[in-house]
Design a protein around this ligand. Structure first.
Ligand code: 0O2
Length: 206
């Protein structure tokens, strides 16, 4: 039993090392991408980047929510977002520019795309999600490690952050009136994004 526990601890530490390394590599790539846009195209599509490793508590909660037993094997198998990076852009068009630039990188494998930008969730959530595998060298071999990338505008991020806090406060059971209010705010966010985009277009054509 003690040996089994030791193996589990060892596997956990290896996996966390792999997720941290993959996230570091992704952060560097995004920073290089941003530098390329600024240096050669006089563009500044990325406002800021946030990244995180999911906490053990959130991992256990998500596995439970998905109906799986809380284990390291299930975490590896069923969770795509242990390592997560969020890229916040100024304009909607920048979201797709960044997504396409990431897809071009041929040592990254795109394993899943969820386009909530063009197909928002019924609650109004908008964002462009990709799960990619990043190669990490460990123990003499290249290991593909999953990283979830969320790309969205500042306005979409504002909405998602508030909605997340409200959802947390009500433990996933947000009162219908508040849900309706949030949906209305999501529509306003979309209008704002569109107007900001047309200001940007007008500026560029001058
Ligand atoms: P947290 O606390 O942000 O980590 P998958 O991850 O693909 O296996 P899932 O969770 O259905 O399965 O994927 P999806 O729909 O792409 O959502 C992943 C993440 O997107 C969520 O992670 C949230 O960060 C964000 N997200 C998705 N839907 C919503 C939403 O309606 N509102 C907000 N505010 N964020 C959303 P977690 O693990 O749920 O949460």
């Amino acid at each position: 039993m003690a040996a089994e526990n030791e193996n589990q601890v060892r596997r956990w530490e290896e996996l966390m090392f792999l997720y941290r390394s993959a996230l570091n590599k992704m952060e560097t790539r995004i920073s290089v991408l941003n530098d390329e846009f600024q240096s050669f195209y006089n563009m500044n599509p990325i406002e800021h980047v946030k990244s995180r490793i999911k906490s053990p508590r959130s991992i256990a909660e998500k596995l439970k929510r998905l109906g799986y037993e809380d284990s390291i094997e299930n975490m590896e198998l069923y969770l795509n977002d242990i390592a997560g990076i969020r890229i916040i852009c100024s304009f909607m068009k920048d979201v797709m520019i960044i997504a396409d630039k990431i897809k071009e990188q041929d040592d990254l494998d795109v394993v899943l795309v969820k386009d909530y930008m063009n197909n928002p969730k019924p609650n109004g959530y908008k964002s462009y999600h990709m799960v990619v595998t990043v190669p990490v060298y460990f123990n003499g071999e290249s290991v593909p490690v999953k990283v979830e990338i969320q790309i969205r505008t500042i306005a979409m991020d504002f909405w998602a952050s508030i909605e997340h806090k409200i959802n947390y406060k009500y433990d996933g059971d947000t009162p219908p009136a508040l849900k309706a209010e949030l949906k209305e705010c999501a529509d306003i966010v979309y209008m704002l994004d569109k107007r900001m985009e047309s200001i940007s277009k007008a500026m560029l054509s001058e």
